[in-house]
Design a protein around this ligand. Structure first.
Ligand code: NDP
Length: 295
């Protein structure tokens, strides 16, 4: 069975991005800038934001983190976003989720200038994705990373049946829509399953490519897949493990041990889809810079 190694691909990609940033600097005298806003003190969000800032710097981009208090009003956050929308040194704006209760996440998504929405959450970007204009939008980072993995591992997708389990706006829906496009590493027949789907194994057993984005540890078991399936495991779930120092470990939505005996290729957790997400965020930021500078 082939392990689809997201850790390795993300390192290759970061080296490529670093070289592109150097080229941008030589051509324009400027480098791309990503600004991340974090509201409040959610520990997991703080780790994500730190990692994004660190990776940004590693590849030579300007990274700015704006920390706002947990009781920030929606208006204050929207004012900050409007200021960044008008700042030519900022090419990508990301507001880390989840946000405190007093702030409407959709209002925040709508406030970000679509041309700087490197998360790809704005309806204009999602709409362009659905219409197949991938070169004129930002694709949300996790589905974009999966597309990159399928492409680099030359997984045959044309005419295959892709089953996506999960329909969130940030993973399942854009993922399913991507796999439907008539493009390289896509062009599939697509089925989407969710919590109201009756008899999920009936659908997953038909999958040539199975993408699990559910948020339930080990949900997909060996009896739910057909021999030779390519499995992409998006899930990141914490389970208790007294044998580790922290007392827990991370697992995916797929029972790796059981399914790997049946599948032809699979992403591990950790080290599969996860490392690709930050790399694609930086790729989107670079793309924003290139578009704004006609490169
Ligand atoms: P959401 O909770 O927003 O969505 C989960 C989806 O799974 C929903 O559509 C839900 O259905 C569906 N679902 C939940 N339970 C079942 C069930 N029993 N049977 C069938 N479908 C079910 O999660 P996200 O999409 O944001 O994330 C999914 C997973 O991926 C999480 O583990 C998350 O941590 C991980 N993730 C990983 C990333 C990475 O970089 N690797 C990035 C983003 C997420 P319904 O719509 O009906 O409620």
């Amino acid at each position: 069975m082939l392990i689809i190694d997201g850790k390795k691909v993300s390192l290759d990609l970061k080296n490529e991005l670093k070289a592109s940033v150097e080229t941008c600097q030589a051509q324009t005298g400027k480098v791309p800038g990503l600004t991340v806003i974090i509201v409040g003190h959610d520990p997991a969000s703080q780790v994500y934001v730190r990692n994004k800032a660190k990776t940004c710097k590693e590849i030579g981009m300007i990274s700015t983190v704006i920390e706002m208090a947990a009781d920030t009003t929606e208006k204050d956050l929207l004012d900050t976003i409007h200021r960044l929308n008008n700042d030519p040194a900022v090419h990508g704006i990301l507001v880390q989720q989840p946000l405190p209760k007093q702030i409407d996440e959709f209002a925040v998504t709508l406030a970000i200038d679509p041309s700087k929405d490197v998360d790809g959450f704005h309806p204009e970007n999602l709409g362009r994705l659905v219409m197949g204009h991938l070169d004129k939008c930002f694709v949300s980072c996790t589905p974009y990373g999966i597309l990159e993995l399928l492409g680099r591992y030359k997984i045959e997708t044309k005419g295959k049946h892709c089953v996506v389990v999960g329909r969130s706006n940030i993973v399942g829906k854009p993922m399913a829509n991507l796999m439907l496009q008539k493009l390289e590493a896509t062009n599939c027949t697509v089925t989407i399953c969710h919590s109201a789907t009756k008899n999920i194994p009936f659908y997953t057993r038909q999958a040539d490519i199975l993408i699990a984005a559910i948020g339930k540890a080990g949900f997909i078991t060996a009896d739910m897949v057909k021999p030779g399936v390519v499995v992409i495991d998006v899930g990141i779930n914490r389970i208790e493990d007294p044998s580790t120092k922290s007392g827990y470990r991370l697992v995916g939505d797929v029972d790796f041990e059981g399914v790997s005996a049946v599948a032809s290729a699979m992403t591990p957790v950790p080290g599969g889809v996860g490392p690709m997400t930050i790399a694609m965020l930086l790729k989107n930021t670079l793309q924003s810079f290139q578009r704004k500078n006609d490169l």
